[in-house]
Design a protein. Structure first.
Length: 117
């Protein structure tokens, strides 16, 4: 079992920055692929970014060049640095962990990010 706890959400002006953190506990963190997803009001949950155990990164086109995902295996933590934020980035952001294939096995409770224009 893996427990994920997000933090760092809040209110930011358009053009500003926020850094989200996701602390993991439980099984060996370094074995897991970690990801960030988001869900805006009235919309489906969507993929934002992911990082695998080799630290290869993947991004949605909508955030490429603005967001950066990273991980610190010593701290069992994954980060999402969000720059040049836009109002359309407003959503609840979720951290997720997966071990095999494309399945995401564990999810955090989410943290609200609001971008004011």
């Amino acid at each position: 079992q893996v427990q994920l706890v997000e933090s760092g959400g809040g209110l930011v002006q358009a053009g500003g920055s926020l850094r989200l953190s996701c602390a993991a506990s439980g099984r060996t963190f370094s074995n897991y692929r970690m990801g960030w997803f988001r869900q805006a009001p009235g919309k489906e949950r969507e993929f934002v970014a992911a990082i695998n155990w080799r630290a290869s990164t993947y991004y949605a086109d909508s955030v490429k060049g603005r967001f950066t995902i990273s991980r610190d295996n010593a701290k069992n933590t994954v980060y999402l640095q969000m720059n040049s934020m836009k109002s359309e980035d407003t959503a609840v952001y979720y951290c997720a962990a997966g071990q095999y294939g494309s399945i995401w096995d564990y999810w955090g409770q989410g943290t609200q990010v609001t971008v004011s224009s």
